[in-house]
Design a protein around this ligand. Structure first.
Ligand SMILES: C[S@@+](CC[C@H](N)C(=O)[O-])C[C@H]1O[C@@H](n2cnc3c(N)ncnc32)[C@H](O)[C@@H]1O
Length: 305
C-alpha cells in the first residue's frame, strides 16, 4: 500500500493554504516524492538521501548497527535508513495502510495547530523493558552478533521517536513520546540495548526535529536551540565513539537547526571540540526560503568517556 496524501476539498481552504498548495505543485521534490517507487512518506527523505550521497554514504557503512531517528514522523528518514540496513527494499509494500497526518498538514498547514502532546498515561503504557545482560567486549565487525541482511531481515536496530504516532515501518521500533522528556532517553536506551550492543549505543543519531511554529518568532528561535542542545546531550551519552568503531568518521550526528544568534557559539563550544569533522549543510532539496540547515558531525571523540 502506498503512502499518499488524502484528498482535500479546495474550496473549503483559506487563501494562504491555496497559495501553499500552488507552491507544492511547483516543487520538484514534491513531484519526485509522488512518483518515486519508494513511496517516501515525506519530502524530507530526499534531504537525507542527498546528504548521505554527498558525504561518504555514512548510512551504508557495514559497521552501522544502531541508528536513532529523532522527530521521525511521518517516517521518510526511517524509510531511507531501513532500506540502507536491508529492512526495506525499493517500495514500502510491507507497510500497513495509513492515515497520514503529515500529508494532510502538507496540504492544510492550520491542522498543525491541532497537534497534541501524548498523555503521561500513554507514555507509561508504552514504556518498554529490555533485559540488559552483562557487559561484553564490543566488536564493530562481529557479524555473529547480528543477523545478516536478507529479504525479510535487515541488520541492526533502528529506533524512531516522535510526538506523533507513526505508522509501522519494517525494522523500525517507533516510540511516541516527547524527546525532551527525561523518560524518553531511557526508553531509547532500552531499545538499543540488545545482544551485541549491550551498552545501548548508537552509531548514527539523526534529528530532523522542529518545534511546532507558535507564531512567536522569539519563542520559536529559542525552541530550536533548546532542541539542538538536548540532541547534543543525548548524543554525548549515546553515540559510539570513532575510536570504538575503528573509523575516524565513525559515530555520526546529523542534526537540523534553524538560524539562531547563538548557533555559532553552540557549534564552536559543543560540536567542533567533540567531532573530527563538522559541516554545515544546506541541501538542494531544502527550500531556499527555509531558515533550516543541518550540521553533519562525523567522528565522535567521546572526550568525556
Ligand atoms: C520535519 S518533521 C520530521 C520529518 C521526518 N524526518 C521524515 O522524514 O518523515 C519534524 C518532526 O519533529 C517532531 N518533533 C518536534 N518536537 C519534538 C519533540 N520534542 N519530541 C519528539 N518529536 C518532536 C514533530 O512532531 C515532527 O513530526
Amino acid at each position: 500500500m502506498s503512502f499518499r496524501p488524502s484528498t482535500i476539498n479546495l474550496s473549503s481552504l483559506k487563501s494562504s493554504s491555496k497559495s501553499w498548495i500552488a507552491r507544492q505543485a511547483r516543487d520538484p521534490y514534491v513531484k519526485k516524492r509522488l512518483s518515486d517507487p519508494a513511496s517516501y512518506r515525506s519530502r524530507s527523505a530526499f534531504k537525507l538521501l542527498e546528504i548521505n550521497d554527498q558525504w561518504d554514504s555514512f548510512l551504508a557503512k557495514p559497521d552501522v548497527k544502531a541508528v536513532v531517528d529523532l522527530g521521525a514522523a511521518p517516517g521518510g528518514w526511517c524509510q531511507v535508513v531501513a532500506a540502507k540496513l536491508g529492512w526495506l527494499h525499493s517500495t514500502t509494500s510491507q507497510e500497513e495502510p495509513v492515515h497520514d497526518a503529515h500529508a494532510i498538514e502538507e496540504v492544510c498547514p492550520e491542522r498543525k495547530e491541532e497537534r497534541r502532546r501524548p498523555s503521561n498515561s500513554w507514555n507509561k503504557k508504552r514504556k518498554q523493558k529490555v533485559e540488559v545482560e552483562d557487559e561484553e567486549p564490543y566488536d564493530p565487525l562481529n557479524i555473529d552478533d547480528f543477523e545478516p541482511a536478507t529479504a525479510l531481515t535487515g541488520r541492526g536496530t533502528i529506533v524512531a521517536v516522535d510526538l506523533l504516532k507513526m505508522q509501522p515501518i519494517h525494522g523500525v521500533h517507533a516510540i511516541q513520546a516527547d524527546f525532551l522528556a527525561a523518560e524518553t532517553g531511557r526508553q531509547i536506551h532500552n531499545l538499543l540495548s540488545v545482544k551485541g550492543n549491550l551498552e545501548g549505543k548508537a552509531d548514527i543519531i539523526l534529528s530532523d526535529m522542529a518545534a511546532n511554529a507558535s507564531g512567536n518568532d522569539v519563542h520559536d528561535i529559542e525552541s530550536s536551540l533548546e532542541i539542538c542542545e538536548a540532541v547534543f546531550d543525548f548524543a554525548s551519552q549515546h553515540l559510539r565513539s570513532a575510536e570504538r568503531i575503528g573509523r575516524r568518521r565513525g559515530g555520526v550526528l546529523l542534526m537540523k537547526h534553524f538560524e539562531h544568534p547563538l548557533l555559532q557559539k553552540f557549534r564552536v563550544e559543543h560540536l567542533l571540540p567533540n567531532f573530527h569533522d563538522v559541516r554545515y549543510i544546506k541541501p538542494d532539496s531544502s527550500r531556499s526560503a527555509s531558515r533550516e540547515g543541518y550540521f553533519l558531525c562525523q567522528g565522535w571523540k567521546a572526550l568525556e568517556d
